[in-house]
Design a protein around this ligand. Structure first.
Ligand code: UD1
Length: 354
């Protein structure tokens, strides 16, 4: 059986790492990894392959584009070529990026079987690029690996339940397997005191691409940073916007550092007091690490996290209160599975291919 994994962006490397480990145990599986090139900086890409001990991609498409249509279109052309050459039994897709939707469309047009890891997440408003990517990918994929009961409910409402299976979240698997290797050297290097600093990440288009939104969030975080350190591993997109809009002075209390690899970000998070983020993956990783978070979004695909009261949705205006006015929350139990999502996924893939 031949499986091709499509990856391209940071959160996909993380998910692929754990599935790849499981696939390696299968004697009859030929596994090919294709990297679209969506994320290309060493610290956004290579470092994940190195620190998570992944094997290098078999294909590196090197697609760099600014506009979504152009990026997705170029990926479609190249992916189709690779699929025609390799003729895989299964195309494995992760999450909600442009690389995901390009893989889904290219495979579906060639009538190749596709499986979507992290299926069934839904978030408003529906025009968010990640939401568009999720809806299209779920619609055309043959197997939908949902990470939670909530995701299964969403798929049921859309009439997709017959293709869906709740396997749990592969990111929880990775957390459990990697926790003993978390790297806390950044904590020492920045001379941070445990439980007395906040970690912030910010990269979503609706927060960083409009000057007034980015300025308001940075100002709010800057006020908080006057009271306790706010460490901000900055995404290249956000770094570019800060420079372009000339907002450096609004962030002068904030400790800006380059993007961190998975083990370092989690090491930093482990000892933090709180998290501020607009990342889908990181809001969950904060929860795994027992850290509450303010999510700078109108809505989240991981609604359990806010419905339980553990995390809170926030805006620039409400950020200060979100950080300091913590409310009681409801225990969610094993809402993202038992750490065996990757094993379940691989078992399922082997079954359907035979
Ligand atoms: C993408 C995903 C998002 C995911 C995020 C994780 C889409 C629509 N969005 O968003 O779901 O949460 O990855 O980080 O696919 N850039 C660099 N170097 C890099 C990568 C990006 O300089 O290695 C810059 C480029 O200018 C690029 C911009 O960042 O145009 C945005 O990158 P892009 O991949 O389009 O979107 P992300 O914001 O990273």
């Amino acid at each position: 059986m031949k499986i091709i994994s499509i990856v391209g962006a940071r959160p996909q490397f993380i998910k692929e790492a754990i599935v790849q480990e499981e696939l390696r145990k299968q004697a009859n599986v030929e596994h090919i990894v294709l990297h679209t090139g969506q994320h290309y900086d060493a610290e956004m890409s290579t470092v994940f392959f190195d620190t998570l001990k992944m094997r290098p991609p078999d294909y590196m498409l090197g697609i760099k584009a600014q506009l979504h249509g152009e990026m997705t279109g170029l990926m479609l052309i190249e992916l189709e070529r690779v699929f025609l050459k390799e003729r895989p039994d299964i195309v494995l897709l992760y999450g909600d990026t442009n690389s995901t939707v390009a893989g889904a469309l290219a495979a579906a047009k060639l009538k190749l079987r596709t499986a979507h890891v992290e299926a069934g997440l839904r978030q408003t408003p529906r025009w968010i690029p990640e939401e568009v990517n999720r809806v299209v990918t779920d619609r055309v994929s043959d197997v939908l690996f949902a990470p939670s009961q909530l995701a299964m409910g969403n798929l049921q409402r859309e009439g997709l339940l017959d293709r869906a299976v709740n396997v749990g979240d592969v990111m929880y698997d990775l957390y459990l397997r990697a926790v003993s290797r978390f790297d806390t050297s950044v904590v020492d290097r920045l001379r941070l005191e445990g439980k007395r600093y906040i970690v912030m990440t910010l990269h979503r288009d609706f927060n960083v691409d409009k000057q007034e939104n980015l300025a308001a969030i940075l100002s709010a975080a800057n006020t908080i940073a006057a009271e306790q350190p706010v460490v901000f591993p900055v995404h290249p997109r956000t770094a570019k916007r800060i420079a372009e809009f000339g907002l450096e002075s609004l962030a002068k209390n904030i400790t800006i550092v380059p993007p961190l690899d998975y083990l370092s970000l989690m090491g930093l998070t482990q000892h933090a007091s709180f998290v501020i983020t607009d990342s889908g993956g990181y809001q969950k990783e904060a929860y795994f690490a027992g850290k509450r978070a303010a999510i700078i979004m109108e809505d989240t695909g991981w609604r359990e996290l806010v419905e339980s009261g553990y995390h809170v949705l926030a805006s620039a205006e409400t950020l200060y209160d979100a950080v300091y006015a913590s409310k009681p929350y409801r225990d969610m139990g094993l809402v993202y599975g038992a750490g065996d999502a990757a094993a379940k996924i691989v078992k399922h893939l082997v079954e359907i291919a035979n």
